[in-house]
Design a binder for this molecule. Sequence first.
Ligand code: GSH
Length: 208
Amino acid sequence: MIKLYGFGESRSFRCLWALEEAGLPYEYISTKLRTDAADPASAQHPGYLQLNVQGKVPTLHNDGLVLTESIAILHYIARCAPESGLLPNASMDVYARLDELTSFVLAELEQPLWSKGKHTFALPAEQRVPQMLETAKFEFKKAVTTLDHMLPESEFAVADSFTLVDILLAQTFNWAIRFQFEVPARFVTLRDRHYKRPAAQRALNVAG
Ligand SMILES: N[C@@H](CCC(=O)N[C@@H](CS)C(=O)NCC(=O)O)C(=O)O
């Protein structure tokens, strides 16, 4: 059975939500970040570091396969459950758009969010640069303006159905809202709409 190691509404939530959309059997292992390595539930525990050398979440473990990148995990889950439509049965152009939006979220949209996290709590105190918080705000605004042009005014990001890019966008905007970035109403609505899905609600219950 698929095992997913995760923490709350962090990036691992993308994968947990996808598992619920896919209807696959899985075990969720709640993992503590940046805590005492002696705690067996810690991402710093030697047993966990054997799976994920960076001590991060998510990690997916299924038989001999270990994956430690949320996007690879989303694609794996989608391919394990093709009937879920998380990867649509669509044209080359739709797939190209899906890849483009995925790259944009990782390379542009989530980076300022992660910068804020790193320079607020994730990096060792002596590596934090307070000025990065203003830079993160500036970069996020730029990314959001770009996305406003890239994203069609339709219910779903690509194709005419819910796909893994919708999970990615909704979770990333949820992250932005939780981290108190200025999120335009259009993207708050997007987050709210997709988080109402029964699978998202079930995943929220599991994530705790
Ligand atoms: N590129 C990775 C990033 C994973 C990542 O940075 N996860 C964060 C939580 S959102 C983490 O585990 N951080 C722990 C730490 O920084 O100590 C992915 O998308 O899965």
